[in-house]
Write a protein that binds this ligand. Structure first.
Ligand SMILES: [Zn+2]
Length: 344
């Protein structure tokens, strides 16, 4: 196997930039590698109208040094201005729309309680050939945290797909074998896969009576059997799945060893290298480019990126923290060795 790998420049179809200094730091990491990024709209004040989307896009553009295109989905709520939503989709101020079930993850308290209340918005997305991006977890006191994805698929997604058969859907950060199977078996639906869901199981998160806050994310990582299916989907069954890191930073002071910890794993400093290492472990380096740079663009009807990036097979250690201005974030894979590195 050669020591240098050259691939078409990737896109990250799911990432959190946050705001302020954090946004500047994340943009630095992300624009170093990617051409396009789907910047998730669950900021402290969520991005619910086209004005906010334009402002947010400008902020990210201002912070990036290279040519870089942030794409902002509309944060769906039950009280959106429908005319603004439609024109935002038509004028491409919005890159589709993101459905957060209420209270499923960070800043999702404004999310949707009753999905049937926003069918009129799904209708617009379907008419405009736009995309519905979904955080696919059903949240209820009666549902085990590890079963949220399955219940969402069975109780909600099935109905949405039946009612809107032409609506393009991305099930974000697929975390279960069940989700992988569902995507493979159905039309007009694809999935993003994070590096951490292919590297961790619940044993890395829940340790006796504590949690490891730096491995805690939503959807929470699952079992070995799920991890294996996610690896197979990314590395081999390679048309409906694409790169979406769900890199989601929180300052270290917001990470605690209990259930009050904010969910989210910060992989931006090493995400493409982690994906490459996973594909290498699976003997599937030849399929990396399709996953990182082709499938997502095809699904969203974008052209493939012109530029290429190079990775070299060499060991390096991921630094423990990312520090920028007054912000300190613990990196995913901190102090661990990765055997691929992007070179310029
Ligand atoms: Zn996310």
């Amino acid at each position: 196997m050669p020591n240098i790998l050259e691939i078409v420049q990737p896109d990250d179809w799911h990432i959190h930039f946050r705001e302020g200094d954090m946004l500047e730091m994340v943009t630095n990491y992300s624009s170093r590698i990617n051409n396009r990024c789907v910047a998730m709209p669950n900021t402290k004040v969520p991005i619910t109208d086209s004005n906010k989307a334009i402002l947010y896009k400008n902020k990210i553009n201002k912070a990036s040094k290279d040519k870089f295109e942030p794409l902002i989905p509309c944060y769906l709520t039950e009280s959106l201005d429908i005319n603004d939503f439609r024109s935002g989709i038509q004028n491409k101020y919005f890159f589709g729309a993101k459905l957060y079930p209420s209270n499923a993850t960070t800043n999702s308290k404004y999310g949707v309680r009753q999905i049937s209340n926003i069918y009129n918005l799904f209708e617009i997305l379907e008419e405009e050939n736009s995309t519905l991006l979904i955080h696919g977890e059903k949240v209820s006191d009666k549902i085990d945290i590890f079963d949220r994805e399955k219940y969402f698929i069975d109780d909600e997604l099935q109905i949405i797909r039946k009612k809107f058969p032409l609506l393009k859907i991305v099930l974000e950060h697929v975390s279960t074998a069940y989700g992988v199977k569902y995507i493979k078996q159905n039309k007009n639906i694809a999935g993003t896969i994070t590096p951490h869901h292919m590297l961790l199981t619940k044993r890395d998160v829940f340790i006796s009576d504590k949690i490891d806050p730096h491995h805690f994310c939503m959807p929470v990582v699952k079992d070995e059997s799920d991890l294996i299916e996610l690896r197979n989907a990314a590395c081999f069954d390679n048309t409906k799945f694409f790169l979406g890191t769900d890199s989601a930073p929180h300052p270290i002071e917001e990470k605690k060893s209990n259930a009050n910890s904010k969910p989210g794993i910060f992989s931006a400093p090493c995400s493409i290298e982690l994906y490459t290492q996973i594909f290498d472990q699976e003997n599937a380096l030849n399929n990396l480019e399709v996953f990182s740079s082709i499938n997502g663009a095809n699904f969203y009807n974008f052209s493939h990126n012109d530029k290429k990036i190079k990775l070299e097979k060499k060991d390096w250690i991921v630094p423990e923290f990312s520090v920028y201005k007054n912000i300190k974030v613990k990196n995913f894979y901190a102090n661990k060795k990765i055997n691929w590195k992007v070179i310029n």
